[in-house]
Design a protein around this ligand. Sequence first.
Ligand SMILES: CC(C)(COP(=O)(O)OP(=O)(O)OC[C@H]1O[C@@H](n2cnc3c(N)ncnc32)[C@H](O)[C@@H]1OP(=O)(O)O)[C@@H](O)C(=O)NCCC(=O)NCCS
Length: 189
Amino acid sequence: MTSADSRTHSITALSAEQFRDDVQDLAALLADAVDGNTSVGFLAPFGRDEAAAWWAAQQPAVDDGSLTVWAARGPGGIEGTFALALNPKPNSRHRAELIKLMVHRAARGRGLGRALLATAEREAARAGATLLLLDTETDSPAEHLYRAAGWTHYGTVPGYAADPAGTLRPCSFYFKNLTGRAPAPPPIR
Ligand SMILES: CC(C)(COP(=O)(O)OP(=O)(O)OC[C@H]1O[C@@H](n2cnc3c(N)ncnc32)[C@H](O)[C@@H]1OP(=O)(O)O)[C@@H](O)C(=O)NCCC(=O)NCCS
């Protein structure tokens, strides 16, 4: 199996300026995922213009640092992405959410998704997060990836979101403790 890791792709965080420049390439990835009937928040038909508008609407969060978007560049340009959303609540600054992990259909099955996930975990920890959360369509390829990477399943909600074709699907919720330690139990009173 060809490996799509740091030897074949450079995975980097986009500065606010790079993000603005890369919106069209990120839009192509998002439109490809929806075209493949992946449940990533949108209904079909969902073209590149709508995908670009969605990414462009994230610019203020990228500008203020609450959202960091990462891109994997390979032979076909940007072939994968993920974003980390830091939680702004005063009591939740240790928590981040992993969103929009995607690999272009033409680049799947060669380890890029696993490399992106490992980067997300490492970089979330580097940014100070100790707890990372995500949700994903139940029994999707993504769910297999998260389970294989040691994420903890904490629930499944039936009929949570519609897939691009409009069919309601269950959604599974996962977390990963980035400290490698279980959180301390609350004190006994
Ligand atoms: C999920 C996704 C990012 C995986 O990307 P990828 O580059 O194909 O993944 P990899 O090649 O690194 O595979 C890593 C692991 O994922 C799982 N996996 C990937 N594709 C799979 C499939 N079709 N069926 C079952 N498991 C699969 C496996 O556990 C695999 O490990 P293995 O090869 O040792 O069996 C990609 O399928 C994708 O972009 N899907 C659409 C978007 C999406 O659903 N994102 C998640 C939103 S929460």
